[in-house]
Design a protein around this ligand. Structure first.
Ligand code: 13P
Length: 256
């Protein structure tokens, strides 16, 4: 049985004081609801400058810390970059890789994402690998092809043991920050397809354990239906994760 996993991607938001406060509110909310924490794995992914601050606020709680990106080298002359070793050192357990905003606004390729994934896994991080089609790709009926390519490209060369430390996030680009979430049926179709690709490439055991999160305008109102789908194992939350009340409601939906 796969555990539900709800992660907040704060993107380029908050300041130090707000990051500390928001993390504290999530910790307190979960402490008041031990049944949710027992059923749902929870993480928050603040911007790099606030990782240490948030790590401090999460101390002693079950809430995990994640980075939103990392470089593929451990150290060196890469001005402005952050290595997976640094993310681990500051307390991260997770790193989000291949987010659509990095693919489409920063031009990251599957090959680069794959390099980063290998480095992150080598240095002990769990990778939250994001995949998802654009609106044009969906309209051209290319959704499954795109998902297959991004999954294959992102996980290329990983061993079965490494795949145990990979979480997938299906985030249709057209649903991110738009208020237009995928329907439960659309999400289920994409997730089941991704699981079938994982089975084809890494075997049925890896596939059956693989957590696949949905992301894209996931809010308290639509969380119960989306998270009830058999292949939807949780959510990667953007906007709603900046409001502890909304984020906790989504966790509650995951605990049902
Ligand atoms: P929204 O929840 O704001 O649509 O963002 C989703 C996302 O990109 C999470 O990584």
């Amino acid at each position: 049985m796969r555990k539900k996993f709800v992660a907040g991607n704060w993107k380029m938001n908050t300041d130090a004081a707000r990051a500390r406060e928001l993390a504290g509110q999530v910790v307190a909310g979960l402490a008041a609801q031990p049944a949710w924490a027992a059923k749902v794995q929870v993480a928050v992914c603040p911007p790099f400058p606030y990782l240490a601050t948030v790590a401090e606020a999460l101390k002693g709680s079950s809430v995990g810390l994640g980075a939103q990106n990392c470089h593929h080298e451990a150290a060196g002359a890469f001005t402005g970059e952050v290595s997976p070793v640094m993310a681990k050192d500051v307390g991260c357990h997770y790193v989000i890789l291949g987010h659509s905003e990095r693919r489409h606004k920063m031009g990251e390729t599957d090959a680069q994402i794959n390099q980063k994934a290998k480095a992150a896994l080598q240095h002990g991080l769990t990778v939250i690998l994001c995949v998802g089609e654009t609106l044009a790709e969906r309209q051209e009926q290319r959704t499954l092809k795109v998902l297959e390519e991004q999954f294959h490209g992102g996980c290329l060369g990983l061993g079965k043991d490494q795949m145990a430390k990979v979480v997938l996030a299906y985030e249709p680009v057209w649903a991110i920050g738009t208020g237009h979430n995928a329907t439960p049926e659309q999400a289920q179709e994409a997730h089941a397809f991704l699981r079938s690709r994982a089975a084809a490439e890494f075997g049925p055991e890896v596939a059956s354990r693989l957590q696949i999160l949905y992301g894209g305008s996931l809010v308290p109102d639509n969380a119960p239906q989306l998270l009830a789908q058999p292949d939807v194992d949780g959510g990667l939350i953007g906007g709603a994760s900046l409001d502890a009340g909304k984020f906790l409601k989504i966790i509650e939906a995951g605990a049902r």
